[in-house]
Design a protein around this ligand. Structure first.
Ligand SMILES: Nc1ncnc2c1ncn2[C@@H]1O[C@H](COP(=O)(O)OP(=O)(O)OP(=O)(O)O)[C@@H](O)[C@H]1O
Ligand SMILES: [Mg+2]
Length: 206
């Protein structure tokens, strides 16, 4: 009981991050904006922050991407989390850069490779960039990074392939409130699914 009060007091004083990670196109921005609306909290979008404040070290012209300067970005994100009086959502495909002590829970969004293909092609991305990002999704790279950074007990996954925005928001709320074990990471496995259907060649052969 006493410990609970201390925890609530600590959260109110320090600011804690709800991390929304996932490969590009899995729905991080869509979910974060919806979730922020219902929770009444701010969103820190790492991509936007890097762009707005010039926190990148160079531009990867092959991938048309600004590569974040972590020596500048991490302290800036910590500063912004510290300014929040309660929870703040941090979203981005490398959101595992947030130091562990500030993190309440991590939600990694996933999407079936074919669903992801449609979403990434709709962004106008070239075939190489689409393919690299689908491969990263199949291999679960964002889940891997989240597990490395935060351990298995705080990392949850949502398969967004067949969910509406409202369903994603409601599931994310349930994860934040109840921490249900059946949404912990490890249950979404495109690699095995595609292998069972003899589909892996399609995504990995040259
Ligand atoms: N649950 C969903 N069902 C259908 N479409 C979705 C869903 N979530 C997101 N989308 C659509 O998929 C596209 C990618 O979503 P969004 O931009 O939120 O992804 P993201 O993870 O933020 O991508 P990025 O890393 O490139 O910023 C958008 O066109 C969005 O409208
Ligand atoms: Mg986004």
């Amino acid at each position: 009981m006493y410990g609970g009060f201390i925890f609530i007091f600590w959260v109110m004083c320090l600011g804690r991050a709800i991390i929304v990670s996932g490969c590009p196109g899995t729905g991080k921005t869509t979910l974060s904006v919806g979730l922020a609306g219902v929770l009444g909290v701010e969103v820190i979008s790492l991509g936007e922050l890097v762009e707005r404040e010039g926190l990148y070290s160079y531009v990867d012209t092959d991938r048309d991407t600004k590569v974040a300067d972590l020596d500048e970005l991490v302290p800036r994100v910590v500063e912004l989390i510290g300014k929040a009086s309660g929870f703040v959502i941090v979203e981005g495909h490398y959101a595992d850069i947030v130091p562990s002590k500030f993190v309440e829970v991590v939600i990694v969004l996933r999407a079936h490779p074919e669903v992801l293909r449609k979403r990434l092609e709709a962004k106008g991305w070239n075939e190489r960039k689409v393919r690299e990002n689908i491969q990263a999704e199949i291999l679960g790279s964002c889940t891997f990074n989240a597990l490395e950074a935060y351990g298995s007990k705080r990392v949850y996954e949502i398969d967004t392939s067949n969910l509406s925005e409202e369903e994603m928001v409601s599931l994310a709320r349930r994860i934040i409130d109840k921490k249900p074990k059946d949404y912990r990471s490890g249950r979404i496995d495109w690699l095995s699914l595609l292998d069972a259907d003899n589909q892996l060649e399609k995504y990995f052969s040259s």
